[in-house]
Design a protein around this ligand. Sequence first.
Ligand code: UT7
Length: 323
Amino acid sequence: MLRAVAIGTGAYLPEKIMTNHDFSKNLETSHEWIIERTGIVQRHIAAEGENTSDLATKAGLEAVKNANVAPETIDLVILATTTPDDTMPSTATKVQHRLGITKGAAFDINAACSGFVYAMNIANGLIASGQVKRALVIGAETYSRILNWEDRGTCILFGDGAAAIILEAQEESGTNADRGILFSRIHSDGQYTDLLKTTGGISSTMTAGVLTMVGKEIFRHASSKMPASVEEGLQELRLNKDEIDWLVPHQANMRILTSVAQKLKLAEEKVITTVAMHANTSAASIPLALHQASQDGRIKKGDLIACPALGAGLTWGCFLLRW
Ligand code: UT7
């Protein structure tokens, strides 16, 4: 059977770093509060004129280099983002062009912080059905552009960044020992749209709006739906929790990551966390963590990785991938 196997990753973080101390100059907040309630130490912020497509292109180029493939052999580009360069065309088509790819398809997907899990689900489906041979899946965001910098409850949480993964169709045996995506499922429930949203948009206000969030409620949903979506995958594959080598969840808040690991009874050492240094980079957070942990040698070929996420919508889901 055809499996979507990861053959390379890349990432890019903007040069400018903003620390927690930078916030306390203008807001009633402190490094101590932010660390204690979120685990965040710093975040990267895109420079003026540096757009989501710039971040995504750099991450994509590195993934192409690390996978050692020619860009023109890629026949699908999916860019998960809530912060596209423009209303149209899709930012993915700009990235496709800058990478020198002229065939196949490129499009954006908006599922907020679950965007990468959604994009991987679509890429997996297209690869498994034989329509696509090589997919470049990117998560790239410039949330700094949609933050209310006077709202201490939200502006301290997010950062900018991008990361990418190349998936390749490979013939595998159809068992849990296969490399590639073994399970992928996405969910949404629109009754919760008001919990996390922007105050405007193209059709409603002709502006992008700024982000608002009912933090406590999102926290509650994330702490229950993320572990549940990992369990869903384990059940379907008839795998035990202890067969998971790495939990690489969406990075929103260190307390959420700890709670997800506890609910799954997974040792803290098995959780890859980047939230301290990147903050919440929305659709980019899972691929950034995958890239970091594979580059530093923690994630190795053959490891089983669980990647759950939850975001605005609400949207949530998980994929289980053997590296
Ligand atoms: O990617 C998916 C979306 N994002 C998430 O998953 C994030 C989910 N939510 C969270 O991470 C947490 O709810 C927050 C970090 C946003 C907030 O933590 P919390 O423990 O839920 O705090 P809270 O909202 O209950 O606020 C407690 C207090 C409040 O003061 P009062 O009303 O008790 O006087 C807030 O006004 O902390 C205050 N507060 C702050 N104080 C200092 C809120 N933000 C700040 C701040 N600095 N930055």
